[in-house]
Design a protein around this ligand. Structure first.
Ligand SMILES: C[S@@+](CC[C@H](N)C(=O)[O-])C[C@H]1O[C@@H](n2cnc3c(N)ncnc32)[C@H](O)[C@@H]1O
Length: 426
């Protein structure tokens, strides 16, 4: 049985790179509301657009169980498909909320004008109330901290949720620029040389940029009569989405990479400022792909995953445990995907294979095996080149973490990405 599955996988994965999916000539990956906020490993919208056009019909409800900053949801709305997303990260939920709600442009212009007028009321002699966290004091100088506290106070006075989320998203995206956090990196690290942005100027610029993007989004939705399309983002775990069973026509998602991005750490500035967390180690625990699960269970259901774990275990037991945990978590996600999909519904998983400590981490093949074990049929495997620099392509040979191009330990990763298309069988 298992050897039969492996031969199906070998066969299906034996495909050349498909240039129709590279989108090398596409100019914008930040159009509409896609460019509201930086987010590690986000989709380029073109992939989602093509998946929607190829594998869904207008009546399908689309889900993204690792919604991130909501690329699938924005594109679903543009294509007139109802959608629902879940993510464990409250910062992702906030960004997505802001991105999926097109605001009436004239009303938004009025709100922005009022907000800018209120900004002039800042008084540097007053100490404005800010969230009390040692980490905020670590990342921010007193001056910027007080100015951000003032801006946050103004936003908290906004009553309508849609507008409030818009301003919260704007402030969230400038926090890094206004902090001492090393600008060109996802690693939490102080840059003592950093030229720190002025919060008022950064906010004005951010609002102007987002206003334009909202207007484009609103205009497009209005033109296509899609303003009322249902779109919902929830704070939930991909293993237990609380989405109704058999209700989803298609899932379009990209799982977190194994032990590469610590989303909890990366989004800590917003999480602390907006009081989403009090302690980062608890916050980290529910993220799939974290290096901090401290797993001891080395047994996985997929034989491909098991081989990877066994190889790693010869070199680094701790890492092997985290990778085993990752694959076990992903098996639970695959079972949840099966539960929420309608019979014959499809799941489209965008996955990058990688190498850690010279062991090939064939996540895509392992996920395909899990899906077959759960009675999915593999419809198609698409191999695409990664055209943009959204995903880093370098891992440190020793730590396995993403690193800078200049590092001596650099090792190429994700030169290609795989898209698994699988159908739920009856
Ligand atoms: C590769 S990113 C998805 C990016 C998304 N495709 C986009 O365009 O923004 C993976 C996401 O998985 C989320 N995640 C990690 N563990 C999760 C869990 N247990 N349940 C739900 N989401 C989780 C992370 O917060 C992150 O947003």
């Amino acid at each position: 049985m298992q050897s039969n599955i492996l031969s199906i996988i070998n066969d299906k994965f034996n495909v050349p790179v498909n240039n129709d999916w590279s989108f090398a000539g596409s100019r914008s990956i930040d159009n509409l509301t896609h460019g509201y906020h930086r987010y590690p490993a986000k989709f380029i919208p073109q992939i989602v657009k093509k998946l929607i056009e190829t594998y869904t019909v207008p009546a399908d409800k689309i889900a993204d169980v690792f919604a991130g900053c909501g690329t699938t949801l924005v594109e679903s709305k543009v294509h007139g498909r109802n959608s629902v997303g879940v993510d464990i990260n409250p910062v992702a939920q906030l960004i997505t909320q802001a991105k999926i709600h097109a605001l009436q442009p004239e009303l938004l212009a009025e709100r922005i004008t009022n907000f800018k007028a209120e900004m002039t009321g800042y008084d540097s002699e007053i100490v404005y109330a800010a969230a009390q966290h040692a980490r905020i004091d670590y990342w921010f100088r007193e001056k910027e901290k007080n100015e951000i506290a003032f801006l946050y106070g103004l936003i908290n006075n906004i009553e309508e949720e849609g507008f409030k989320n818009f301003f919260l998203c704007a402030l969230s995206n400038i926090l890094k620029n206004c902090s001492r956090w090393l600008q060109r990196g996802t690693k939490p690290q102080i840059d003592p040389e950093k030229v720190i942005a002025d919060p008022f100027k950064a906010m004005e610029l951010q609002l102007r940029k987002m206003y334009k993007k909202n207007t484009d989004f609103y205009t497009q939705l209005e033109k296509d009569n899609n303003l009322g399309v249902e779109c919902d983002i929830r704070l939930a775990d991909a293993r237990q989405t609380k989405i109704r069973a058999n209700s989803i026509g298609a899932i379009i998602t990209s799982p977190p990479y194994v032990t590469s991005y610590e989303y909890a750490d990366i989004h800590q500035l917003t999480a602390y400022w907006y009081d989403y967390i009090t302690d980062i180690s608890t916050f980290r625990k529910n993220f799939i792909g974290t290096f901090y699960s401290n797993n001891r269970d080395m047994v996985t259901k997929s034989t491909i995953a098991q081989d990877i774990v066994n190889e790693l275990n010869k070199i680094d037991t701790r890492l092997a445990g985290e990778v085993a945990n990752y694959f076990n978590n992903m098996y639970e996600v695959a079972a949840e995907m099966k539960r929420i999909l309608k019979p014959s519904g499809v799941t489209c998983l965008v996955v990058g294979n990688t190498t850690m400590k010279d062991v090939r981490i064939k996540s895509a093949e392992a996920f395909a095996e899990m899906l077959i074990l759960l009675n999915f049929e593999i419809v198609e495997i698409i191999k695409r080149e990664i055209p943009h620099k959204i995903n880093p392509t370098i891992r440190d040979k020793n730590s396995g973490k993403f690193t800078k191009l200049t590092s001596e330990n650099k090792k190429l990763i994700y030169p290609e990405e795989l898209i698994i298309i699988a159908r739920k069988c009856q």
